[in-house]
Design a protein around this ligand. Structure first.
Ligand SMILES: [Zn+2]
Length: 311
């Protein structure tokens, strides 16, 4: 009896520790610019569907907004009504992603700063009616500048404006899968569109496994992850499936605030350059080791080939 009790304690403890060590914050970029070339009715349907899935599963998400997309191609009022739903959803945190999604490595500092300030106009106004604050910033393309000097300059600017820079650890080229998915939907081929969804979810699960293993190898434990994807039609269609798969892998969903409490996010970022790769690689001092590990990352050859053929 005693040994059964001891065994139960071990199992319970393991379950607790297991649940504790697998946490991820979901971040979604490019609201509403990721809904490429579709009319306002379709944007509303896709955006509502994503919000419904978020609410149903109680998953906290941080969305990064591109304010230019509100006025681009018209229907501004309807887009703002839709944006208000995101602002007012208690599970949603909104962040600044600049006004026009420029690549900082290819933009002058003063122009980029202007784009950051312009990118907070509508959001700050709408947030006044809530108890939320605009705190997070994410670089378009995760490009923190062309070198260490330009990075230091913009980090200083963002710090003075009270922004927290948002890193990520895992992404699974959802924009590539989205382009293929939208193409099949457009041509009425729902069977192939569904196949793309399955492949995207499998690939995402593989990348979670890869970064989980890499995290254990490099830091001795699985850190709090930050997943980056986009508010596109693909994720609007399969968010529930994606969340279910990650739950099956043992993940629980935490806010960006909670994820960033992991001490790894205070680590030195050794990479200064234009490329937008995972922060896990940026915490590696030796650039040869970094490159060697990046080459080991799973990639989806057939999907990338199909994507190339689309262009
Ligand atoms: Zn973006």
């Amino acid at each position: 009896m005693k040994s059964i009790f001891a065994l139960l304690v071990v199992i319970t403890l393991n379950t607790f520790l297991f649940a504790q060590e697998k946490s991820v914050a979901i971040t979604m970029d490019d609201l509403f610019s990721a809904y490429n070339n579709i009319d306002i009715e379709k944007i509303e349907v896709a955006s509502d569907s994503l919000l419904t899935s978020i609410t149903k599963h109680g998953v906290p998400v941080t969305v990064f907004v591109v304010e230019k997309s509100f006025s681009e191609n018209g229907d501004t009022d309807r887009k703002l009504l839709e944006y208000n739903k995101w602002i007012n959803n208690p599970l949603v945190t909104v962040g600044n992603h600049t006004y026009s999604h420029q690549n900082y490595a290819k933009t002058e500092l003063s122009l980029f700063e202007e784009d950051i300030l312009r990118g907070e106009t509508i959001t700050k106004e709408l947030l006044k009616k809530t108890n939320k604050k605009l705190k997070y910033f994410r670089f378009p393309y995760n490009s923190t500048g062309k070198d260490s000097i330009s990075r230091a300059e913009i980090y200083d600017f963002l710090d003075h404006r009270g922004y927290t820079i948002t890193p990520f650890t895992i992404e699974s080229i959802d924009y590539v899968y989205d382009a293929l998915y939208c193409n099949f939907i457009k041509s009425g081929n729902t069977k192939e569109a569904d196949r793309i969804i399955e492949k995207y979810i499998d690939f995402t699960a593989d990348l979670f496994q890869y970064f989980e293993d890499l995290s254990k190898e490099l830091f001795g434990r699985n850190i709090n992850h930050i997943f980056l994807c986009h508010t596109n039609r693909l994720n609007s269609a399969c968010f529930e499936k994606l969340i279910t798969r990650l739950k099956d892998k043992g993940y629980n969903f935490i806010t960006l605030d909670e994820a960033l409490k992991d001490t790894m996010y205070k680590s030195k970022d050794y990479y200064a350059g234009q490329y937008g790769f995972s922060w896990i690689y940026r915490w590696i001092e030796n650039s040869n080791e970094r490159k060697m590990l990046m080459r080991k990352e799973p990639y989806s050859k057939d999907i990338l080939q199909q994507y190339e053929n689309l262009k």
